[in-house]
Design a protein. Structure first.
Length: 99
């Protein structure tokens, strides 16, 4: 399993647009099936994306979705406050099966 956390802060003027773009790629992600979980959290104008991928194959497929690539391009072009931070996490345990 691959677990990735990405955190970034956008300018206040981009928050609504970013939420709409996220909604679009999440709808496309739902069409891919159940071998991954992708959640997005917010706190003010900071966004936290947390993803769980069953394996490298599904991670590659998810990251290749056109609406997700468009999201990344729009996010980066928006003038992020301090860039984005990517972390690969290790899963120690959970109360429910992820897959």
């Amino acid at each position: 399993m691959i677990v990735v956390k990405v955190t970034y802060t956008v300018k206040e003027s981009f928050v609504a647009d970013n939420k709409q773009i996220i909604s679009t790629f999440l709808q496309d992600f739902k069409k891919l099936g159940g071998d991954f979980r992708y959640t997005v959290y917010t706190k003010d104008n900071t966004f936290i994306h947390l993803s769980h991928f069953k394996d490298q194959e599904i991670q590659t497929a998810v990251l290749d979705v056109p609406s997700f690539k468009a999201f990344q391009a729009a996010r980066d072009a928006s003038g992020l406050v301090g860039g984005h931070h990517l972390e690969v996490l290790g899963l120690e345990g959970t109360t429910a099966d992820i897959f």
